[in-house]
Design a protein around this ligand. Sequence first.
Ligand code: UDP
Length: 252
Amino acid sequence: NRKLLIIVTPTYTRPFQTYYMNRLAHTLKLVPHPLLWIVVEMIPQSAETADILRRNGIMYRHLICNKNVTNVKDRSVQQRNVALSHIETHRLDGIVYFADDDNIYATDLFEQMRQIRRFGTWMVTKLIGDKSKAILEGPICNGTQVIGWHINESSGKSRRFHADMSGFAFNSTILWDPKRWHRPTLVPIRQLDTVNNGFQVSTFIEQVVEDESQMEGLLQDCSRILVWHLHLESSYSFYPNKWFMKNNLDVV
Ligand code: UDP
């Protein structure tokens, strides 16, 4: 009996969206069932995203967030919160993973996640194109025990947990059954939208676990890297708002 994987992806229209979403869909298609892909957009739901979801044969839910969020950086946070509420309301029992659309994932990772009891974490590599640098973020482990963190100098040292948004996954029952898991807080889990970027992940994790002793380090002493975070935004300025085009572009 394989554990359900609940993959949460916030997404929005931009030049590389169709590439990112198709790439992620192709990865998820290779993962053995059961897997549910929860994709969340701000209102309105886009026909293009719906199209990708329908075509790929992955079990999915296409949700929208209708909050009026002015700060761009808070949008994806609110979208993930919509997914968390959905999981909690419908008591979807599985392992929850925040998989941003622009990361690259090795399929092994998903199979490994099924072993998580409470909270699993692993390393993520960030590739920064213009500086030709790779930065590691995530746990340092001794076996499955988390004993420290790779600290990324740009994100500050004062965070409690130095995991990436796509560097952890957790058992969904923690959301509605805090007593069973001795969760640090009994209030409903929400990511806070007022905290700075680098702190969002840490603040979220602080609601799910007390300390490193409640974590499981994944992937051979956390030595394997199976997630790559690329900062590869395109700067094409003539890209249409949507990628259905009624007319052909002029050929010069
Ligand atoms: N995202 C979104 N709406 C936004 C901004 C971001 O849905 O207004 C999504 C984006 O598609 C991705 C995730 O949030 O799945 C993380 O976004 P981004 O890569 O911009 O964040 P960063 O790489 O800077 O952490």
